[in-house]
Design a protein around this ligand. Structure first.
Ligand SMILES: *[C@@H]1O[C@H](CO)[C@@H](O)[C@H](O)[C@H]1NC(C)=O
Ligand SMILES: *[C@@H]1O[C@H](CO)[C@@H](O)[C@H](O)[C@H]1NC(C)=O
Ligand SMILES: *[C@@H]1O[C@H](CO)[C@@H](O)[C@H](O)[C@H]1NC(C)=O
Ligand SMILES: *[C@@H]1O[C@H](CO)[C@@H](O)[C@H](O)[C@H]1NC(C)=O
Ligand SMILES: *[C@@H]1O[C@H](CO)[C@@H](O)[C@H](O)[C@H]1NC(C)=O
Ligand SMILES: *[C@@H]1O[C@H](CO)[C@@H](O)[C@H](O)[C@H]1NC(C)=O
Ligand SMILES: *[C@@H]1O[C@H](CO)[C@@H](O)[C@H](O)[C@H]1NC(C)=O
Ligand SMILES: *[C@@H]1O[C@H](CO)[C@@H](O)[C@H](O)[C@H]1NC(C)=O
Ligand SMILES: *[C@@H]1O[C@H](CO)[C@@H](O)[C@H](O)[C@H]1NC(C)=O
Ligand SMILES: *[C@@H]1O[C@H](CO)[C@@H](O)[C@H](O)[C@H]1NC(C)=O
Ligand SMILES: *[C@@H]1O[C@H](CO)[C@@H](O)[C@H](O)[C@H]1NC(C)=O
Ligand SMILES: *[C@@H]1O[C@H](CO)[C@@H](O)[C@H](O)[C@H]1NC(C)=O
Length: 812
């Protein structure tokens, strides 16, 4: 979904890590379904083959009855009504399909976003995706999805524009990584499945987005010529160019989990994929999504991501959002690639009416399946007045905004949000018994992330003063209430009879001898609160904390031998002061949601034993990361924005492991106040023979069901070997045999669990490995294949803290 209006302009940011792509270095042979460059047929950058026609939905996999009702609904529509059903209109919500009173259809209300219903009052702000992933807790991922879904429904929103698996996190610098979960496709896949199941169990349609290849913000949209005719393109949007194996094993993987979970909707991405705009990319939408993965729902566009009429309809797009023409589709009164053009393309025989019918059947099937035709709350009237996307007088007559206004839908969700935030908080360093705090009587708090935002709570922003609980753009939340770290620390200190001194001005702190500040003597603990912003429509320029935070840490640590650093951050931060002997503890709290301060003190004071683990790798230096965003294109060709995913499967830990590089804190790392052991690893097949190829079964949502069959179980004994209770996160990594094709990562996450254990308690964890987990994508046969030979299974507590290992041989 598009950002708030001020953020909407495509940005050409000068980036410290700018890397202009040299087109001559392209490895054309790696692209299997992509034709090698043939300028005669495809133009210089076209390389995504046509897959036509767009397949009809059948409702297979449990939606059959709902599909029949959807067909009956479509049969009653005129062609003009059909055109409206697939074209967004101005209305009370961020996206709107207009009601059809004649048929008792109350319209569809689509609302942002992945951590809250954004355009709403009296709603909660939940933890961001990066935090939810850091919990490594399937129950929390589900509960977060469920409670969020309940708030969308109570506000009358049929469709939640959530969750995010694109960006996956190819680049450490991408501006929207925090909206999604993790650069590991397995972890993100589990998070997608749980979140979608949660949203839809609450009766709200989930939208898996942004499909696919949306791995950077820079040049995600075309740049239009200034003062020229509407939509005269100067530069087309960036093209994310990836080979078929990379597509399947990384970027598509979590989207397959989304289809398997029964996601109602997919949102196609802004940028181009292998040369063709994502929203008209028939290979991606018709071929991969609707055929290979058997998706039965509908594809909506990102806001203004539609660049054609007939080509998009044929290419598999089912709903144009927000509907109109104009750079972001928000301009009213200037027509639409859909709308009246749908009527025209059917009437002039270019597109069969059955295709338009299928677009609506795909939309209405999940609507009926979720029972949204019965007792669905009306859109909260307050929503319309908060919505800045279209003036109220352009749509009010069409909508029935009845029922109470400004409904408080928060219930007791703050309790869960506090729990989710604490469970996601990652303890990276803890020396000299710094944490948990033992009722210190003198506490000092430093940094501009500690206290109240001075410029308002609505829509998190990159203001200098104030704690942040989310990033910016359409994925932010409008907080009604934020518990700040300072507020929570002061409340706890008051219970203990302690004093709290605090300084919130980073400019002051970065230029001051800290010893000159405090009264009367060195505090027992110095807590430094740092923040790092990121937002939609811009990539990050640096991985350092913002607002001179590194210097603030240096100043405080020079004067205080018990410095505890806490970050509220969009994601990866390099931590150059991590080895400083006076920095006794480091806590990565990401974007924890509105109970931020309470979640934090639960960890700092040991009410909750930390159990968050990194969903990405923290390198020693920002320049260690590969795959930076493509920036600074310096040529004038309309197609020159190209991003070649030449690193293939080597992103995040797969890259650092392949090149045997030292890192600061590896993927999966996180400390506890106790210690755990993993032992007695065993692995056994659950079937007598394991074929290389999956059985050729009829496609169901999620693809060939054989890919989801358990073929192996792996068990390990996990023991709490320390003195306090806590939750362990055992992780299973597999290594494929050497017969797997070149480029196969050394180790890949294929299982994890969160286990609460009392001191001395031991418990067996069972990992179930599905066929997909043991396979690689074979570009020649276009199948997932299990290689022959010796498989390695490692269990440990991070990608580099592996405690036990077994090997099994598979012959097929
Ligand atoms: C490119 O396509 C044209 C038209 O199909 C064909 O004649 C030509 O041989 C192709 N060139 C290459 C290098 O494959
Ligand atoms: C979709 O179904 C209609 C009948 O409702 C049929 O005419 C059309 O050919 C089908 N399209 C595809 C791509 O199978
Ligand atoms: C576009 O039009 C505006 C106002 O008419 C003018 O100030 C500006 O210089 C024009 N830009 C270009 C590139 O012609
Ligand atoms: C049809 O699409 C064209 C752009 O291709 C646009 O200019 C025109 O306004 C659209 N017509 C309607 C009725 O929306
Ligand atoms: C049919 O209508 C569509 C939509 O307006 C238009 O794009 C297309 O060019 C038309 N085709 C013909 C053959 O008139
Ligand atoms: C508007 O919604 C209310 C339910 O809140 C319903 O009773 C009423 O009939 C609706 N009116 C129209 C015109 O749809
Ligand atoms: C922050 O500290 C700097 C340096 O002392 C000072 O110039 C600035 O005015 C302070 N800002 C506020 C808001 O007090
Ligand atoms: C650590 O803090 C103490 C004050 O407690 C200070 O004297 C010392 O210089 C600091 N160490 C470093 C390496 O800055
Ligand atoms: C830290 O400094 C305090 C006060 O200056 C002192 O009492 C304490 O022993 C020091 N701790 C360490 C580990 O050096
Ligand atoms: C990070 O790498 C860059 C480029 O290699 C180097 O200039 C810089 O000093 C390094 N920073 C650190 C903290 O090692
Ligand atoms: C862009 O082009 C200018 C000359 O037009 C050149 O000086 C500059 O180095 C180029 N930048 C890059 C990143 O290639
Ligand atoms: C793992 O434990 C499960 C459940 O107790 C059991 O069914 C399975 O056979 C065990 N697998 C191995 C490899 O021991």
């Amino acid at each position: 979904m598009a950002a708030l209006l001020p953020l909407l302009l495509p940005l050409l940011l000068p980036t410290a890590n700018a890397q202009a792509y040299d087109a001559t270095q392209r490895d054309a042979s790696a692209f299997s379904y992509i034709q090698p460059l043939n300028t005669t047929i495809l133009g210089p950058y076209g390389n995504s083959p046509a897959v036509l026609p767009s397949p009809n939905a059948t409702g297979v996999g449990g939606w059959e009855d709902a599909a029949a009702r959807a067909k009956a609904f479509v049969a009653q529509l005129t062609l003009e009504e059909k055109a409206k059903m697939v074209t967004g209109q101005p209305g009370p919500c961020v996206g709107n399909i207009e009601p059809i009173e004649r048929l008792g259809f109350n319209g569809l209300c689509l609302q942002d976003g992945p951590l809250a219903i954004r355009v709403a009052d009296y709603a909660s702000v939940f933890s961001a995706g990066v935090s939810a992933a850091s919990s490594w807790d399937k129950d929390i991922l589900y509960e977060r999805g469920l409670l969020m879904g309940k708030e969308f429904r109570a506000k009358g929103a049929h469709v939640a524009l959530s969750p995010v698996a694109g960006p996956l996190g190819r680049s450490a610098y991408s501006g929207r990584n925090w909206e999604g979960f993790s650069p590991d496709p397995y972890l993100t896949g589990v998070a997608m499945f749980q979140t979608i199941t949660g949203h839809q169990d609450a009766g709200v349609q989930a939208t898996a987005k942004h499909f696919i290849g949306n791995e950077q913000e820079t040049q995600r949209n075309p740049i239009y010529k200034q003062n020229a005719t509407l939509n005269t393109v100067e530069y087309e949007a960036l093209s994310a160019n990836m080979d078929d194996r990379t597509m399947h094993e990384l970027y598509l993987w979590p989207f397959a989990d989304a289809v398997k979970a029964g996601a109602a909707a997919f949102m196609c991405a802004y940028q181009r994929l292998n040369g063709s705009y994502a929203c008209e990319n028939s290979k991606a939408q018709n071929g991969i999504l609707k055929t290979e993965l058997g998706f039965q729902g509908y594809v909506m566009s990102d806001w203004g991501a539609v660049h054609s009429g007939v080509a998009s309809v044929e290419g598999g797009l089912d709903m144009n959002m927000p509907g109109g023409l104009g750079n972001y589709g928000t301009v009213t009164g200037v027509g639409s690639y859909f709308g009246g053009n749908i009527t025209a393309m059917v009437n002039n025989g270019t597109v069969p009416e059955s295709r338009i019918d299928d677009m609506i059947i795909r939309q209405m099937t999940p609507y009926y399946w979720l029972g949204q035709d019965k007792d669905f709350p009306t859109v909260d009237p307050s929503t319309g007045w908060l919505n800045t996307f279209s003036p109220v007088d352009t749509w009010l007559r069409d909508w029935n905004l009845t029922g109470p206004s400004s409904r408080d839908v928060r219930e007791d969700h703050n309790e869960a949000i506090r729990k989710h935030g604490a469970a996601a908080t990652i303890l990276l360093k803890n020396e000299n018994g710094a944490l948990p705090l033992k009722a210190p009587m003198s506490i000092a708090v430093f940094g501009n992330d500690a206290s109240e935002p001075t410029q308002g709570l609505l829509n998190q922003n990159d203001y200098e003063y104030g704690t942040i609980i989310a990033g910016g753009g359409s994925g932010t939340g409008r907080a009604v209430e934020i518990v700040t770290p300072l507020q929570a620390i002061k409340a706890k200190a008051k219970e203990d009879g302690a004093i709290v001194q605090y300084w919130l001005n980073n400019t002051l702190l970065a230029n001051t001898d800290i010893r000159s500040l405090w009264i009367p003597k060195e505090p027992e603990v110095c807590i430094v609160m740092l923040k790092t912003w990121a937002e939609e429509a811009a990539d990050r320029e640096s991985l350092h904390v913002d607002w001179d935070g590194d210097e603030v840490v240096a100043r405080v640590a020079a004067a205080c031998n018990n410095t505890v650093v806490v970050t509220h951050s969009s994601g990866i931060n390099v931590l150059p002061w991590a080895d400083h002997p006076n920095v006794t503890a480091i806590v990565a709290a990401h974007f924890p949601g509105e109970e931020s301060g309470n979640s934090l003190i639960d960890i700092l004071y040991g009410k909750v034993n930390p159990s968050g683990h990194l969903p990405y790798t923290i390198a020693l230096n920002g320049t260690d990361y590969n795959a930076p965003p493509t920036t600074g294109i310096n040529t004038t060709g309309i197609n020159d924005w190209q991003s070649w995913f030449d690193e293939k499967l080597e992103i995040d830990y797969r890259f650092f492991d392949a090149h045997d590089m030292a890192v600061r804190y590896e993927f999966g790392f996180g400390l506890s106040y106790t210690t755990f052991n993993a032992s007695c690893l065993s692995a056994a097949p659950t079937v007598s023979t394991i074929t290389s190829k999956p059985e050729d079964l009829p496609i169901l949502p999620g693809g060939n069901p054989a890919l989801w069959e358990t073929l192996y179980t792996v068990n390990a004994t996990i023991t709490n070997s320390g003195k306090v209770a806590g939750a362990a996160v055992p992780q299973l990594y597999i290594s494929l045999p050497s017969s797997a094709p070149a480029g196969t990562p050394i180790r890949q996450l294929r299982g994890f669990s969160k286990m609460y254990l009392e001191p001395g308690q031991e418990e067996i964890v069972t990992f179930e490995l599905m066929r997909r987990d043991l396979s690689y994508w074979d570009v020649v046969s276009q199948q997932w294949l299990i290689p022959s030979g010796s498989f390695g299974f490692d269990v440990g507590f991070s990608s580099r803290d592996l405690r036990d290992h077994v090997k099994v041989t598979v012959v097929n």
